[in-house]
Design a protein around this ligand. Structure first.
Ligand code: HEC
Length: 243
């Protein structure tokens, strides 16, 4: 040990990590908010009567996956090391820091995403949220930061492109784990080259479709919706262009 304090900090951190791990598994508030399969569009596209509004940002479909993907990579434990102890893996956690509907970018949850300081989310080496993702979040806040959900009853597959469809799908569902210095499986999906390589070798489609012989992705999360998988397939069938 180099110093006395170094010897003390480690056990304290360990205890905090263990406490946090325990609270993750047993916090009834969190388990109550786990998304039921039928509201994610998993295998049930076409079964909801509601027409989704093109102008509404839905928490369950658009906002939560971004946080889940980014949070899992850094691990449950890391959240406690952040001063404010924010949990970004549930509706309750995401709104707990305070939402400012009239000034969305001043909401706690938004500020940690654009912060470059200690409270930065997702913590490095994960890639920061993109401007598109940030604008989705601020729009969701300005609409009241509701715990809302809507599944498109029809899958719009016209004009599928990397820039408008695939990139955002990856940012929201994969990039938290597949970016930075040690991406999951050594696969970096934050760059087109990385995506293209896994599209070409069949792993991208195999993993999101849960085909046998592939690791099911997104790891430990609900399967992507049928519509999302179809969209990816259409893009791959085009030759996975950077369009
Ligand atoms: C919670 C973290 C996490 C998320 C989210 C995630 N992945 Fe992964 N992914 C991993 C890890 C870790 C591995 C390596 C698994 C292994 O080797 O056992 C991996 C492996 C893979 C592989 C290799 C699969 C194989 O069979 O060799 C592909 C392709 C992949 N991921 C694509 C994706 C895509 C596409 C998404 C989003 C739709 C995604 N991942 C979301 C963590 C994640």
């Amino acid at each position: 040990m180099k110093s006395k304090s170094g010897g003390k900090i480690l056990p304290v951190l360990l205890i905090f990590s263990l406490l946090y791990f325990y609270s993750c598994k047993h916090d009834p508030e969190l388990t109550g908010i786990v998304i039921p399969v039928d509201t994610t569009g998993n295998n049930n596209s076409g079964t909801t009567g509601l027409a989704c509004s093109k102008d509404t940002v839905y928490f369950v479909q658009a906002v939560l996956p971004m946080f889940q993907s980014s949070c899992a990579m850094s691990g449950c434990h890391d959240a406690i090391t952040h001063k404010e102890g924010l949990r970004l893996d549930s509706y309750a956690g995401i709104i707990s820091g305070g939402i400012n509907v009239s000034n969305p970018t001043n909401s706690k949850i938004y500020r940690v995403l654009v912060s470059t300081g200690e409270e930065q989310m997702p913590p490095p080496p994960a890639t920061a949220m993109s401007s598109t993702q940030l604008s989705i979040i601020s729009k969701w806040i300005s609409q009241g930061a509701k715990n809302n959900s809507c599944i498109e009853s029809a899958c719009d597959t016209t004009n599928v492109k990397y820039s408008t469809h695939i990139k955002l799908l990856i940012q929201n569902n994969c990039q938290g784990c597949h970016s930075g210095t040690s991406p999951g499986g050594g696969i970096n999906l934050a760059t087109y080259a990385g995506v293209k390589a896994t599209a070409d070798n069949g792993k991208f489609f195999g993993s999101i479709s849960h085909l046998s012989g592939y690791k099911a992705m997104p790891q430990n999360r609900n399967k992507l919706t049928d519509c999302q998988i179809t969209t990816v397939k259409i893009w791959i069938n085009q030759g996975s262009p950077e369009n």
